[in-house]
Design a protein around this ligand. Structure first.
Ligand SMILES: [Zn+2]
Length: 325
């Protein structure tokens, strides 16, 4: 559409996302909740415009740090998926849907997390005037082979994309820039302020990235094992090898666990990582087999940069340890 800013015009995978969403079957409880919310929200927009802050809604906690780093005290951030919840199964509450009506911008991860595939379209119907930003615009997605086993899917393989794009400092630079473009388009008067904040944050991200690159460069063993395959982009950024029990994001199978145990033994890896959003039963079983330990690694913490530093320390420590055994 002429005159529309590039990123909105091209519109993002979101448009297809929205298209596909609308034909997705809506969970009945959610449908009822939606109607209730729509009715309840009909009157609430007015009495909340008092806040002169820009309302920005995001799906996952890490995005909240990016929005605050760019918007400072000019933004109010609403995070849909709360601490401890998984973006693969979480369903929004009625009060969250209501809160959505107070936002001017929805910054979607855009890489195919189930929460957005299942609910974003309906969330947007509640607030059709909201500006939708696709944070994944410009991010090089990793294609993954989905493994489905069992009766219905005898060894079926489909291709999809690894949705965990936020666990990469280079991707985050792109995602934060997309968010900044959305904020500037909504509040152009403060463009300079937002762009200055963005550049400062991009410098911080790049400094960390250079340090991580240097840190991993002298490692011989570059294999790490993990229960849920959320670190594919991190591994790509630093030439590491991710071995996951939940192959392609599907539930772990005996075969996939045997594979992980063999790889761990071959590479003297004694640590298996697990995210606090998932029950660690698979990781516990693998750890027993390799006489190793389970190490929590949070992939959805709000203090994004601090947490990425923590992830670096854990990963580097585990791989350095496996070199000496
Ligand atoms: Zn995941």
């Amino acid at each position: 559409m002429p005159g529309m800013p590039e990123w909105q015009n091209k519109n993002f995978r979101g448009k297809n996302l929205i298209m596909t969403l609308s034909c997705h079957k809506l969970y009945l409880p959610t449908a009822i909740m939606l109607v209730v919310t729509l009715l309840a929200c009909a009157g609430c927009k007015e009495n909340n415009t008092s806040s002169d802050k820009l309302g920005v809604c995001v799906s996952i906690l890490p995005q909240a740090e990016w929005v605050k780093a760019i918007g400072g005290d000019k933004v109010d951030v609403t995070v849909m998926i709360p601490p401890g919840a998984s973006p693969h199964v979480y369903e929004p509450t009625a009060s969250q849907m209501k809160a959505m009506t107070n936002s001017e911008i929805y910054a979607a991860v855009g890489s195919g997390i189930e929460f957005e595939l299942n609910f974003l379209g309906k969330l947007l119907e509640i607030n059709p005037g909201i500006l939708l930003v696709d944070c994944s615009q410009g991010v090089q997605l990793i294609e993954v082979e989905e493994h489905q086993h069992g009766e219905e899917h005898p060894d079926e393989h489909n291709n999809s994309y690894d949705p965990h794009i936020w666990l990469s400092l280079t991707n985050t630079g792109i995602m934060a820039t997309n968010i900044c473009n959305g904020i500037v388009a909504t509040d152009p008067d403060n463009e300079e302020y937002y762009k200055q904040n963005l550049n400062q944050y991009l410098n911080e991200l790049d400094e960390m990235h250079q340090t991580f690159k240097q840190g991993f460069s002298n490692l011989v063993n570059r294999v790490f094992i993990i229960q849920h395959p959320s670190m594919g982009y991190f591994a790509r950024d630093y030439g590491l090898i991710q071995i996951a029990a939940e192959e392609g994001g599907s539930d772990a199978t005996i075969q996939s666990m045997v594979n992980v145990i063999e790889q761990a033994k071959q590479n003297q890896v004694k640590i298996i990582f697990v995210s606090p959003q998932f029950p660690p039963n698979v990781a516990d079983a693998v750890a027993r087999e390799i006489e190793g330990t389970v190490e929590p690694l949070d992939t959805l913490a709000e203090n994004y940069c601090e947490n990425m530093q923590n992830i670096f320390d854990l990963m580097h420590g585990a791989m350095a340890a496996s070199q000496t055994t």
